[in-house]
Design a protein. Structure first.
Lengths: 514, 306
């Protein structure tokens, strides 16, 4: 009897918790789309972004001069007309009338200049500035005409002007807000920032003064849910309406869920095992080709990535202008061994392979599979993982200090043009520390093609140049060409009209909720 | 007592200076360049250099530390390298969430753990005792990550009773606080049991019983009060570590607390935020310890601090 009181207390506590459990949770507000995201934004200033997802959020608030649509075509947005001088150095744009920024400032040529001048200001933190460094200066002709003078001809400039970094800025906001632009975005886009609770949610509310077709959704709420498993659970339980890039093993279960729709769209995220082309052992192209023949990409995509990727058939993603399908490097371990023998490769030499872990979908597992395939042909490969900051510090060291040999990396062109991919990775002028050519590939013949592709204005001619470049690179094999990831978007079936874009972005602004 | 509290508070200053120095050196010994992380994998060396200068990372280490300390004296923890916003505002936007979760969890752990431990000790070596202790063993060994996901699957996905994650209404705190409380409950229950068992064998308990006091009074007044010192120590330690951020629980339940802030900041090599959060952690830990020490004197009148 003496412990009855204690038991009573214990059960009262349990009962109270049980009752609390039945309090219904927040009901869905009208016309609100709840999207689960894995990370919070560092900044909502389009100039400070490197993460595609956060650029995507900025895009809803900041319209750009052009827009890359779902067919990977560039269409006018804030610009209405473009013309290019014969030498390709001066681009003239006519601008849309009657557009206002969220702070009431009218959109004019001054805003185009304010945005680009700010992005080009070397004193400010603009990580992707290299994307627009072909711009020499911006000239305001009149309120609705702007001229952009280039340092060298650059054919895909309209693509560049559709990127988040090129968004026009309200001159008033640039002057008055300074650093606060990171938390107080002022654009011309269909949505305005409603609320940003750090680490928790970003709420966008409809801009009722939007110049274009009125968006259908009142609010878009981005909820920060770092754990993949929880995001999946939340969309299945109805706590979220949409998520992007779920873990591949969860996709099959979600495809079977009658309440969910899964879209596996092509993307531009190209994964490769970089080879340090200037290391003694990898200087012979036959060795690099052997590595390509040794790895069974089809099996990796099927077994490790649950088929949520396409094996690469050329040195760039298919959605890029200038893509040329060369055809897969078949899995042929016998040929790989022959090539290594012909190149007199020292088989007992230990090869170092490094991989990030958690940066890309199943990155470590993919690297382990590649290590196993290379071991199969008799190579001695040691695999190490590093956290991301350590990793990028290692691969972007200059050649004299570089210790990398094989390294897994992804490259997701935000500009759907071959120049962005090929020049940015393989031109001799972009070797670290100057640029991101982490494979230290340098070939004067390829450089010439990349230069010509950048300067030529005729699309047909450019295609021809990039075909030649693709064939040359494929044969030179500066990387183990792996695969292009798919971009998976999952939403509840009652949502209609989510548009998925080719550069790992989505556009839900005209979606409807049934 | 007042003098003691003042003395203890003053003694935190050298501790904080020591911690600031250690964290400053440790952070800078980590491989990886914060400027490169902020610039991203697409940035050129020129962009990285510009960011390094902007963050003041181009200056010699001792100057960086001197700047940090002189700002600290003015209670300025600097600006986040990632977000360019003041570190204090970054911390204050998360800290209340962590404190709320820690308080609810520790309260839950006390409500469940102390009665369970008392029950176990009173009925020692009985079936009840074994059941409670086996449950406690489960509680201590269960991985938080797994437990959290299981609770989400049962209560959110299958039963639709509770939200799977996020923050906002009271129902949002139930699953994370329960997940977090399980370990502390088990720990407190075991400590209560062993501490009570020791006390229950003492002469004064036999005396109390022979006086004919009600068993309830013997247990709760005579035994529990004497057994409470180690229990309160465990509760204090548990509370301190809960305040330090329950990273896994916060991650699983999308709870925007300070644990996640520090992990994200370490991964981004955001030195100012990591330094700021560690100092705040240290301060909270010291304060919780001080409160526990003061409680000792309250529980056991034989303990004096003057």
């Amino acid at each position: 009897m003496r412990s009855v009181g204690l038991w009573k207390g214990f059960f009262v506590a349990l009962l109270a918790m049980g009752l609390i459990a039945f309090i219904p949770h927040q009901a869905l507000a009208a016309k609100e789309l709840r999207i689960g995201i894995g990370i919070d934004a560092d900044s909502l200033n389009p100039h400070e972004q490197t993460t595609t997802l956060i650029q995507n959020i900025c895009d809803f608030m900041y319209d750009t001069l052009f827009y890359q649509n779902e067919q990977a075509k560039v269409v006018p947005m804030l610009a209405t007309e473009k013309s290019v001088s014969k030498d390709g150095l001066v681009w003239t744009f006519k601008l849309r009338h009657g557009v206002k920024f969220h702070d009431g400032t009218p959109f004019t040529a001054e805003a185009v200049k304010a945005g680009l001048d700010r992005a080009l200001d070397p004193k400010l933190k603009v990580p992707l500035r290299f994307m627009i460094t072909m711009i020499d200066r911006v000239e305001v002709v009149d309120d609705y005409t702007v001229k952009i003078h280039l340092k060298y001809p650059y054919a895909p400039l309209d693509y560049v002007l559709s990127a988040t970094i090129s968004a026009p800025f309200s001159p008033k906001a640039v002057k008055e807000l300074g650093d606060k632009l990171a938390v107080q975005p002022v654009g011309t886009g269909p949505y305005k920032l409603g609320e940003w609770v750090k680490g928790e949610r970003i709420v966008l509310v409809r801009n009722d003064n939007y110049y274009g077709k009125k968006p259908t959704l009142d609010r878009i709420v981005f909820t920060v849910v770092p754990e993949h498993g929880t995001r999946t659970a939340m969309i299945r339980s109805g706590d979220l309406d949409m998520i992007v890039l779920p873990q591949p093993p969860d996709v099959a279960a979600m495809e079977k869920d009658p309440n969910l729709k899964v879209i596996n769209a092509p993307s531009t995220r190209y994964l490769f095992m970089g080879i340090n082309n200037q290391k003694d052992i990898f200087k012979d192209k036959r060795v690099r080709q052997a590595l390509n023949y040794a790895v069974d990409k089809d099996t990796i995509v099927k077994k490790v990535l649950f088929s949520l990727a396409d094996v690469a058939e050329g040195p760039m993603p298919e959605s890029l202008f200038g893509y040329y399908k060369v055809g897969k490097y078949e899995y042929n371990p016998k040929k790989a061994k022959e090539l290594l023998a012909a190149a007199k490769f020292p088989m007992d030499r230990k090869i170092s392979m490094i991989t990030p872990t958690g940066r890309y979908t199943f990155d470590r597992q993919v690297s382990e599979a590649i290590q196993a395939y290379l071991t199969d042909i008799g190579l001695n490969v040691e695999l190490r993982t590093y956290d991301w900051p350590t990793y990028i510090a290692m691969i972007y060291k200059p050649i004299e200090q570089s210790e990398t040999e094989l390294f897994l990396l992804g490259w997701g062109p935000i500009i759907l043009d071959a120049d962005f991919m090929l020049y940015g990775q393989f031109h001799s002028s972009v070797l670290p520390p100057k640029g991101m050519g982490s494979a230290f590939y340098s070939n004067p013949e390829a450089d010439k093609l990349f230069d010509e592709g950048r300067m030529a204005q005729d699309p047909a001619k450019r295609k021809e140049i990039y075909k030649k470049a693709s064939l040359l690179l494929w044969d030179d094999a500066p990387w183990i060409w792996l695969y292009v990831q798919k971009y998976t978007v999952v939403h509840r079936k009652n949502i209609k009209g989510i548009v998925v874009l080719p550069m790992e972005k989505f556009n839900p602004i005209y979606a409807t909720i049934e | 007592m007042f003098n003691y509290v003042i003395k203890r508070l003053l003694s935190t200053l050298p501790v904080l200076v020591g911690i600031s120095l250690i964290i400053f050196i440790l952070l800078r010994s980590l491989p990886g360049d914060p400027a490169q992380v902020i610039a991203g994998e697409l940035a050129t060396q020129e962009a990285v250099e510009a960011i390094r200068v902007q963050l003041g990372l181009d200056k010699p280490l001792y100057i960086q530390y001197a700047i940090f300390m002189s700002n600290l004296i003015r209670l300025d923890l600097g600006k986040s390298a990632r977000t360019s916003q003041p570190v204090l505002s970054e911390i204050w936007s998360r800290l209340p969430n962590t404190v709320l979760l820690a308080i609810v969890s520790i309260a839950l752990a006390c409500i469940l753990g102390i009665p369970a431990g008392i029950l176990s000790s009173v009925k020692h070596y009985s079936l009840t005792d074994y059941v409670v202790m086996v449950l406690a063993l489960f509680g201590i060994s269960m991985p938080v990550f797994w437990l959290g996901l299981m609770l989400i699957i049962v209560f959110s996905v299958k039963l639709h009773l509770l939200p799977a994650g996020g923050i906002g209404t009271f129902s949002h705190i139930i699953l994370p606080s329960f997940t977090l409380a399980i370990f502390s409950t088990a720990f407190i229950a075991r400590m209560t049991r062993s501490s009570m068992m020791e006390v229950l064998g003492q002469d004064y308990i036999i005396t109390a019983r022979s006086k004919g006091l009600l068993e309830k009074i013997v247990i709760l007044k005579h035994a529990l009060r004497n057994a409470f010192i180690p229990i309160i120590t465990v509760i204090g330690l548990q509370f301190g570590s809960l305040l330090g951020g329950a990273v896994l629980t916060e991650t699983v339940f999308a709870w925007p607390g300070i644990g996640r802030l520090i992990v994200d900041s370490i991964l981004a090599r955001d030195y100012p935020v990591v330094q700021g959060v560690v100092l705040i952690f240290a301060l909270l830990y010291i304060l919780v310890n001080l409160v526990v020490d003061i409680l000792y004197a309250y529980i056991d009148p034989r303990i004096h601090y003057d």
